[in-house]
Ligand binder design. Structure first.
Ligand code: AMP
Ligand code: MG
Length: 399
């Protein structure tokens, strides 16, 4: 059996970035940028007023009470750049207006009184007061957003400022989700004795949707060879990644890995030294990847956060793929991992500068009720001493 870190390496080797595509600026939040965004302009693009006020020269307003002639025309935001300020002149300028060349300060209208074509100022301004100089925030040609960044609303403001629309991003990986198992019925159905409702299908679809990955459900598959073969025989043209739940462990009806192989998938791993999630399988046929997640709901979720998310990030060209990892202080003692790397449900919280994680009691890999309360997984390395309360542990965030 391979280790978790070997599994991640194998996934990375088999999940090259998708092709680039052009997306409208309005639709690219959360997408991974494929090309640097360079500004084609200074920002601000011209000297401009930060207030509704008067543009003045310092030598004309050396002390409170100065009276200057007011230029007839007020300069508004959107006006063409005005002529230079003359000695003894004050020019009324609105916020965002281009300033007359020679302006050394702006005096807010609240500190000025108009007197028949002249203005009296209550204050002597400090040099540079209330004006914004061209290029003080951004220089033309500078890099505003780097390739590889998952675009935030702030990045999108910068991209707009730089005049880039549409934006070049990596195509999103398309996911198909299929659940397997004779015992499963849909959430809307009443299970007969011996049956259970499918909770993994909706969960896996929601995990993809939460990160903006388009995912579509496939028809449920029973534990029979022909149904499973049909699932893998589909050409895969509509998806980059097929994610299944169930049928990958050692039971009599765990048919998926063998049938995937028969249908042309190369099994890249089957079984990882991990708890929960040991039976997880990963395979590839051409550009299509298959993740066979175990059916136990907590195992399915852990394997999604650890492996599927990592693969989808890689396909999307994200240079730091995978769930974010942070260090946190354990609030109570934990059992050791034994020989397999172990992931435990936890609730991570911030107390001032300290990040703490509270391990949740769990009845096992079927205990989705405990797992659903968690916001992080606590990683306990294989063959390590049991971590005690106060110890620093590594956590994987569900975000
Ligand atoms: P399997 O991996 O197929 O051996 O399934 C392991 C356990 O997970 C069994 O108890 C199944 O009933 C349960 N299980 C399988 N698929 C699902 C599902 N889609 N939703 C909830 N539980 C499931
Ligand atoms: Mg099963």
């Amino acid at each position: 059996m391979i280790t978790v870190s070997d599994a991640l390496r194998i996934i990375a080797e088999n999940a090259p970035p998708n092709p680039e595509e052009q997306v409208s600026l309005h639709g690219c939040r959360g997408r991974v940028l494929a090309r640097d965004i360079l500004s084609d302009t200074d920002w601000p693009p011209f000297d401009t007023s930060a207030m509704d006020g008067y543009a003045v020269r310092l030598s004309d307003t050396p002390r409170p009470g100065a009276v200057l002639a007011e230029r007839e025309r007020t300069i508004a935001a959107g006006d063409a750049p005005p002529g230079p300020i003359l000695p003894g002149e004050a020019v009324r300028v609105m916020t965002g207006a281009p300033l007359p060349p020679g302006t050394e300060a702006v005096i807010p209208v609240e500190r000025a009184r108009r007197e028949e074509g002249r203005v009296r100022f209550e204050i002597a301004p400090a040099p540079g007061a209330h004006l914004r100089r061209r290029g003080e925030s951004v220089r033309s040609g500078s890099r505003l957003v780097s390739a590889g960044r998952r675009l935030t609303p702030g990045d999108i403001a910068l991209t707009a400022l730089a005049g880039v629309d549409p934006v070049t991003v990596f195509a999103r990986p398309r996911v198909a989700i299929a659940v397997t198992g004779d015992e499963l019925v849909s959430p809307g159905e009443k299970p007969r004795p011996g049956q259970i409702r499918d909770s993994n299908g909706p969960m896996l679809l929601a995990l993809c949707a939460a990160r903006g990955w388009p995912a579509s459900p496939r028809a449920r598959v029973g534990d029979d060879a022909s149904g499973v073969a049909a699932l893998f025989a589909a050409d895969g043209r509509d998806e980059d990644v097929l994610v299944t739940s169930g049928g990958v462990s050692a039971g009599d009806f765990d048919l998926l890995p063998e049938i995937a192989r028969r249908e042309g998938f190369e099994i890249l791993f089957h079984g990882v030294s991990l708890r929960p999630g040991k039976p997880v399988a990963f395979a590839r046929r051409g550009r299509t990847l298959w993740f066979g997640l175990p059916g136990n709901p907590v195992s399915s979720s852990v394997c999604f956060h650890l492996f599927v998310r990592f693969a989808l990030d890689c396909l999307e060209g994200d240079p730091s793929p995978g769930a974010p990892r942070v260090e946190a202080q354990l609030t109570r003692d934990l059992e050791g991992a034994g020989t397999r790397e172990t992931y435990r449900d936890g609730i991570l919280s911030h107390a001032g500068a300290i990040v703490r994680v509270e391990p949740l009691a769990s009845a096992g890999s079927h205990d989705i009720a405990a797992h659903a309360r968690a916001n992080a997984l606590i990683r306990v390395p294989a063959d390590s001493d049991p971590p005690a309360a106060g110890a620093t542990v590594e956590c994987l965030l569900f975000q």
